[in-house]
Design a protein around this ligand. Sequence first.
Ligand code: ARG
Length: 264
Amino acid sequence: MTKSILMCAPKFFDIEYEINPWMDTNNPVQPDKAAKQWQKLYAIYSEQLGWDVQLIDPVEHLPDMVFTANGALLYKGKVALPLFRQPDRQPETPKFETWFREAGYTELFLPKYDFEGEGDALIWNDILFAGYPWRTDKPAHAEVADFLGIKTISLQLIDPRFYHLDTALTIVSSDTVALYPKAFSEESLKQVRAIVPHVIEATDADAVAYGLNAMSDGTNIVIPENAHDLIAAYKANGMNVITCPISEFQKSGGGVKCLTLELK
Ligand code: ARG
């Protein structure tokens, strides 16, 4: 299935502040290496998979704008914009808003509660899995779901290393989701297992390698190169696995999926 996505080049990407357990301002980004890794991901999407890749201009001193997944959540042409929890990222919202208006989107929504876009909101079939509490407030789920007109299941994240839902759960296909069980409350795990026919469980090593921060179209899956068990599981399921190094982005607590926003 061909997808349309939004990316942002890592021109100003760095560790300028610390807002999650992965970020350490003493462990700066190597710009050339980050550019190479990002270019590789861009080429996988645009050349290898033939997806439509749109770009938003990077902005100086908005180092995390490269993580476009946090820039919105789209459903049926409607755009829910983010209200970032940390002031450092709040100036990104008007940049994304301008991009969507210029691209011709007319139904835009600004939530009242903290909401970090697709980072905490993943659509599986016609259900929205929405994460809380690290970066997104639980009440944001209802306001965003009302605007988009989608049924929502709130999932509680309990490990600060997996602070966005997309670091702990991958939408693999219409019948499969992969997740890191230890990142979720018991109740939330039960809810996922009750409705998703096939749940793949990630090992500690794969979760820490950001293996769940992957991008799938149901046939092809793009995933960090060192998520070994997940890669084996996807291959055993007959998927085409494409690997990409993301070490520079993981210094910021990001990976493949964080660098990608779906323009549904
Ligand atoms: N440094 C960024 C932050 O902490 C990383 C964002 C990762 N994005 C994601 N969708 N998980 O906000």
